[in-house]
Design a protein around this ligand. Structure first.
Ligand code: SF4
Length: 390
């Protein structure tokens, strides 16, 4: 299946009020050039863990990776390309961009660097709501960036954030109409998630209306040929995101940069090993500077490294597969865990109280529209404890 490489670029112009990603202010004392050096050093130490695999996707996420100087992005891509991996199946190199951070010249240079997909943090077409949630861009900036991408004819995705404070159904529908009017080949939709008591957790539409927003969204997008293929993701056929699909299909990935996560299967650990970088830049720097290709984990403490046990691997597998509209494949499950495990999962499926919450076929099962609305509750039915597998 191959693997994906994720590169976390944490710098942002300002911190959005709902954001819980690892970010750094633009004027942080560690400049981006030095941060890129650390990424190169980390890649140098860890890429050998993935030797013999094919690279399927490269993804610059953040933060705001479109703030990274082109020269540093070029250095990172050049190092990946010269590491000896088979790149014959590299389908997608994605860059997340925030509106207002690109122009024609920069876009041309990204294309020269081999970036072939852009994920745009649009969020909403309301200047008032953008301001409310602390986004620093304007609707004008969004429109000119989307126009640039459309004119260039490149693949792109837009992020749509809804369920915002003060946003009722009618305003949501106005916003949705603007997204639809851009006819995006791919859209990721997120209902605003903030903890109870958060300043943005006020005057939000009732739960029933928020569920209805998802229905309206799916309906409107499907009318323009953009279909849901995952819990939060919609695409025109052929424009589904390769990188995230690797996550949902139990593929391996190497995450580089502060707070980035990796997943690797080895002969000793066929269930998979997860390891992750600290969200603290100081710790990340310290660990990267001490790691070497001969011992890439030498500096990772136990709380940044996990060999998955059977019940954890099965739980992860079920949850990620059920995020997809295509659902869980019995063949893939049996291939990884064997026939007995399939029977355990079938038993759990038979215990779900309402059969309208999922769809079954001889190849597997998936969540229905109703099931997707309560996906987190559905995942509980397919969560396994160690004692469940004894
Ligand atoms: S631009 Fe994205 S990563 Fe940066 S603060 Fe806002 S939500 Fe967080």
């Amino acid at each position: 299946m191959g693997f994906g490489i994720y590169i976390h670029i944490p710098y942002c112009i300002q911190k959005c009020r709902y954001c819980d990603f690892t970010t750094l202010p633009l004027n942080h004392k560690m400049g981006m050039e030095r941060y890129a050096d650390l990424i190169l050093q980390e890649f140098q130490a860890r890429h050998t863990l993935f030797v013999g695999r094919k690279v399927r996707s490269i993804y610059f996420g953040g933060g705001t990776p479109s703030l990274l100087p082109l020269q540093d992005m070029g250095r990172i891509l050049a190092q990946i390309r010269s590491a000896g991996f088979d790149l014959s199946e590299l389908e997608e190199t994605t860059l997340e961009i925030n509106p207002g951070t690109i122009d024609q010249n920069r876009l041309d240079q990204y294309l020269v660097l081999g970036i072939n997909r852009f994920s745009v943090g649009v969020q909403t077409f309301s200047d008032q709501r953008l301001k409310l949630v602390g986004r620093e861009h304007t609707v004008n900036a969004t429109q000119s960036d989307l126009a640039l991408l459309k004119k260039a004819g490149v693949a792109y995705s837009v992020d749509f954030l809804f369920g915002l404070p003060g946003q009722g159904l009618s305003e949501f529908q106005d916003d949705l109409a603007q997204f639809v009017a851009w006819d995006p080949p791919h859209l990721s939709a997120y209902n605003l998630t903030v903890p109870k008591g958060h300043p943005l957790d006020r005057q939000r539409a009732p739960d029933g209306d928020q569920a209805l927003m998802f229905d309206l969204l799916s309906e409107a997008l499907s009318k323009i040929g953009v279909h849901r293929y995952e819990l939060s993701n919609y695409a025109r056929t052929g424009f589904e995101g390769v990188h995230n699909s690797l996550y949902w299909n139990d593929a391996e990935y190497l995450g580089l940069g502060v707070s980035a996560h990796s997943y690797l299967k080895t002969e000793k650990s066929p269930n998979g090993v997860r390891f992750w970088n600290s969200p603290s830049l100081r710790l990340y720097q310290d660990q990267v500077e001490r790691s070497t290709p001969s011992d890439p984990f030498v500096t990772l403490p136990k709380n940044q490294y996990e060999v998955l046990q059977d019940h954890e691997a099965l739980t992860d597998f079920c949850h990620t597969q059920l995020r997809k509209v295509a659902g869980l494949s019995w063949a893939a499950l049996e291939d990884k865990f064997g026939h007995d495990t399939r029977q355990r999962v079938e038993k759990r499926l038979s215990e779900v109280p309402d059969s309208g919450l999922f769809k079954q076929s001889e190849n597997g099962f998936s969540l229905s529209n109703q099931g997707f609305k309560i996906a987190n509750q559905m995942f509980l039915h397919f969560t396994f404890l160690k004692s469940d597998l004894m």
